[in-house]
Design a binder for this molecule. Structure first.
Ligand code: HH2
Length: 278
């Protein structure tokens, strides 16, 4: 466990570890499709310091194949039951009401909807009824089309307005503001420049009064900056996540929990270093 003295400031941010129970996720597809391996991976991420596990049964990478609700549910429910049974805080990464419902019944307490209620608006009412947290993420287009020439006049203003409107829908359905997370959706219908601008200006979203989630882990924009392949993007993941936290993100979604936890603890320790003449 990290020294409690080093867990404030940067230490206030939560680490969400990714568990993809999919054959085709962009960075770890197929590795944890087997339930036992997914459960083992989730337990390892918790041991490394993940406060939340985001469990998904359908990839959202550009061009990913859609999965039927029954299949998605069968992939994730046993994994959620086991990890929630351990006491882990679980988020279900889904756009489908039926999957979200099954996941909450299996012990999840958060629904991460990358379409921000665009696929199944009933997810908001479900979260309200069950007292669950809800992540609303921005995406321009669909996973199949989102990376074909995305354009914005002002990316920060447009993402902000979209999230503000989705937030009103969620509030209207009875989800309290304190249970809603907003996410600019790095890599979802954005060019390199759009992604970099959104991370730099993440502070622009704090006026909406919700907590902010940022997911940059291993994403293509990092490779667009330095030419790195997907399995060599840890440095870029850490840099972008820390800068995001500095701008107001209160949870970051990462695959490499141990390395990021160390970065967070060291950043917090530096922030807490005594002033020379204090
Ligand atoms: N990114 C991915 C998936 N879900 N959810 C939120 N809220 N924010 C994100 O940035 C985000 C997300 C993509 O990453 P990954 O799960 O590793 O890949 P895939 O979608 O291919 O399974």
């Amino acid at each position: 466990m990290p020294d409690a003295a080093f867990t404030s400031a940067f230490g206030d941010a939560l680490v969400m570890g990714v568990v993809n129970v999919t054959p085709d996720s962009f960075s770890d597809g197929g590795r944890y499709l087997d339930h036992d391996r997914a459960i083992e991976h989730g337990r390892m991420l918790v041991a490394e310091g993940a406060e939340v596990l985001d469990i998904g049964g359908e990839s959202t990478r550009p061009g990913a194949v859609a999965v039927a609700a029954d299949q998605e549910r069968e992939r994730v429910v046993p994994v959620i039951e086991a990890l929630a049974g351990d006491g882990a805080r679980i988020s279900i990464d889904t756009t489908k009401l039926q999957v979200a419902e099954a996941a909450l019944s299996a012990g999840a307490s958060m629904v991460n909807d990358v379409t921000a209620l665009g696929t199944d608006p009933g997810i908001a009412g479900l979260c309200a009824d069950r007292g669950a947290e809800l992540v609303l993420m921005h995406m321009k287009g669909t996973p199949g089309t989102m990376q074909s020439d995305p354009r914005y006049d002002d990316v920060v203003a447009e993402v902000h307005d979209f999230l503000a409107e989705r937030l009103e829908v969620a509030l209207g359905a009875g989800v309290p503001r304190g249970k809603i997370w907003l996410d600019p959706g790095i890599g979802f219908g954005k060019t390199l420049e759009h992604n970099l601008t959104l991370i730099r200006d993440l502070g622009s979203f704090t006026d909406l009064g919700c907590r902010i989630l940022l997911g940059t882990s291993r994403k293509r924009f990092i490779g667009n900056v330095d030419g790195s392949e997907v399995d060599s993007r840890l440095g870029g993941t850490i840099a972008s996540s820390l800068l995001g936290i500095e701008q107001g993100a209160t949870m970051v979604r990462v695959h490499d929990v141990a390395a990021f936890r160390q970065a967070l603890v060291v950043a917090a320790a530096i922030r807490r270093a005594p002033a020379p003449f204090a």
